[in-house]
Design a protein around this ligand. Sequence first.
Ligand SMILES: Nc1nc2c(ncn2[C@@H]2O[C@H](COP(=O)(O)OP(=O)(O)OP(=O)(O)O)[C@@H](O)[C@H]2O)c(=O)[nH]1
Ligand SMILES: [Mg+2]
Length: 220
Amino acid sequence: MKAVVCLPTRNEKDSIQLMIDNIKKLKLPVFISDENSTDGTIAIAVENNVPVYQRDGKGKGYGMRKAFEVARQLGYDVLVTIDCDCTYPSERIPDLLKAIEEGAGMVIGVRNMKNIRRLHRIPNKLHTLAINLLFFRFFGKDNWFHDINSGMRAFRLDRIKPLRSKGFDVEAEITIRAIKEGLKIKELPIEYEKRVGESKIRIKDGFAILMRIFKERFLP
Ligand SMILES: Nc1nc2c(ncn2[C@@H]2O[C@H](COP(=O)(O)OP(=O)(O)OP(=O)(O)O)[C@@H](O)[C@H]2O)c(=O)[nH]1
Ligand SMILES: [Mg+2]
């Protein structure tokens, strides 16, 4: 199994060095999928010999699509994505990969909700509930999800069909793709820290995520 880590970035100069150091400690290959960062993020990545790829459109969805494309082109079977804002525990990546080796098609890091701002926590619960209710018939009672927007996950690339999301709806879409493909999805509880640097998500993104869930359920 060949795995690679992708850090999606948009102006993450305050956290990228630490994120790169943490992943290098794990001896895993890493690349950046960037959104025209202008704050020096790219220079830090280049100084650390980490390859940087620029997205083809605006938004985290495009960043993830680029991540899929690059990982496939480089011949990897498993992609690990982790937000580059020092909120997720990169030292747990090996646990995600172990679960994949043991047969999971996707492993989602389920955040300890206490450090998620209330403004994010409530929509996140709503999105997760929406997927649980609308896609129940695909996965049945044995799999009830707890954090479908998590920005830390690992999955087998060959089983995920091309993405359509442009923005922050991409995590929900990746989860839905995995459900529809019948992948064995495992959840792994993880810690979650307060963000370093400026948040990019906006209230309108919460609506876009909900729309994405409904579109994926009811439109072709
Ligand atoms: N490639 C790319 N990455 C992005 C874009 N927007 C955000 N990101 C990255 O995606 C990750 C998640 O963005 P955040 O702003 O942390 O969003 P969030 O985690 O939902 O919200 P917070 O709780 O405020 O952290 C970070 O690593 C961002 O740098 C984008 O347009 N393109
Ligand atoms: Mg974040």
